[in-house]
Design a protein around this ligand. Structure first.
Ligand code: NAD
Length: 281
C-alpha cells in the first residue's frame, strides 16, 4: 500500500494530509515534526496515523512519498539526513514557498525523484490545529520540474495534487521565485514594514488603538509566522530585494506627487492602481 510521510506537520503539511484523505488517498500517512506535542495533536485530529520527532523513523515508515512541509531553510539539512533512509522508489516533494536554486540543490541532494511544488493557497495562520482539507480546492499549485526531473515521479506528484483538488501549473523554478517574489513576498514585506513604521510613530500616541478597516485588511498578512517568513525572505533574497527597490521607487513617486500637489498626475497614479486592483475581482 502506498504510504506518505509529512515532515513538518504544521498548517500546510496537516492540510495536505487532510486534503489527500478527502480526495480518496487510502495509504498510511505518517508525520515527523520537531515538536512532539504537534505530533500528538496531529494524531488526535486524524491528520496522521503515526509519527515522532526523530528522522530515523523514515526507515521504519518506509514511505513511498515524502513531503517536506517545514520552513524552507530546513529543507537542505532534512534532505541530507533523509538520503540514507530513502530508496530509489521514493518520490519526494515539498510545499515550500521558494523554489529557484533551492530546487536544484535539493536535486543534487535527493536525486531526480525530487519534484518541487508550491501550493498557492494558505492563510496567515500556522500550526496543525488550523489545518483543513479544503485548503487546496480549486487553488493553483505551481510545480517546478527541471531537465533532470524523473517523469514518472513528476506524474505521481501531479496525481497527489489532483487528489487535493489543486489545479496544477508548471513553471521554471527561477521564474517562480521572481514571480512570487513580486506577488507574494513583497506584499508580506510591505505589511511587516508598515507595522514597523507604526511602531516607530507610536511614541506619543499608541496608533494601534485606532485601527481602521483598511489598516486591518492591509496588514492581515503581517500576522503570519515570523520563522516561515524569515526563511522565505532569506531564501529568495535577490528577488525580494529587487522588488523592495521597485516598490520604494513607486512610493517615492507617490510622495513626489503629493509634495508637488500635482492633482492631475496624482489622480492618474491612483486611478491606474484602482483599475488594476479591480481587474482582479
Ligand atoms: P507551520 O509553522 O504551520 O508548520 C511548520 C511545521 O514545521 C511546524 O509544525 C514546525 O514545528 C515544523 N518544523 C520546523 N522545523 C522543522 C524541522 N527541522 N524538522 C521537522 N519539522 C520542523 O508553517 P506552514 O504555514 O505550514 O508552512 C510550512 C511550509 O509551507 C513552509 O515551507 C512555507 O513556505 C510553505 N507555505 C506556506 C503557506 C502558508 O500560507 N502558510 C503557503 C504556501 C506555502
Amino acid at each position: 500500500m502506498t504510504s506518505l510521510l509529512i515532515i513538518g506537520v504544521g498548517f500546510m503539511g496537516g492540510s495536505f494530509a487532510l486534503a489527500l484523505r478527502r480526495g480518496g488517498f487510502e495509504g498510511s500517512i505518517y508525520g515527523i515534526d520537531i515538536k512532539q506535542e504537534t505530533i500528538e495533536r496531529a494524531k488526535a485530529m486524524g491528520v496522521i496515523e503515526e509519527g515522532g520527532t526523530d528522522l530515523h523513523l523514515v526507515e521504519k515508515f518506509s514511505p513511498r512519498f515524502v513531503v517536506l512541509a517545514s520552513p524552507v531553510r530546513t529543507f537542505r539539512s532534512i534532505g541530507r539526513a533523509l538520503r540514507e533512509y530513502i530508496d530509489r522508489e521514493t518520490v519526494i516533494t515539498d510545499l515550500g514557498s521558494v523554489k529557484g536554486r533551492l530546487v536544484f540543490e535539493l536535486e543534487d541532494i535527493l536525486g531526480d525523484r525530487f519534484v518541487g511544488s508550491h501550493p498557492i493557497a494558505g492563510t496567515e495562520k500556522s500550526g496543525v490545529e488550523h489545518s483543513f482539507g479544503e485548503l487546496f480546492e480549486g487553488k493553483k499549485v505551481v510545480i517546478t520540474p527541471t531537465d533532470r526531473t524523473d517523469r514518472e515521479a513528476l506524474d505521481e506528484v501531479v496525481g497527489l495534487w489532483k487528489l487535493t483538488g489543486g489545479k496544477v501549473e508548471f513553471m521554471d523554478p527561477m521564474l517562480h521565485d521572481w514571480v512570487f517574489g513580486a506577488v507574494s513576498h513583497l506584499p508580506h514585506a510591505v505589511a511587516f514594514a508598515l507595522i514597523d513604521a507604526l511602531i516607530e510613530m507610536s511614541d506619543e500616541v499608541d496608533l494601534f488603538k485606532y485601527p481602521g478597516a483598511g489598516f486591518k485588511d492591509f496588514t492581515r498578512i503581517a500576522g503570519s509566522d515570523p520563522v516561515m517568513w524569515r526563511d522565505i525572505f532569506l531564501e529568495n533574497k535577490e528577488n525580494v530585494l529587487k522588488a523592495i527597490d521597485v516598490y520604494s521607487q513607486s512610493l517615492k513617486r507617490l510622495g513626489d506627487l503629493i509634495e508637488n500637489e500635482d492633482e492631475e498626475a496624482l489622480t492618474e497614479y491612483l486611478r491606474e492602481a484602482k483599475q488594476r486592483r479591480l481587474s482582479l475581482e
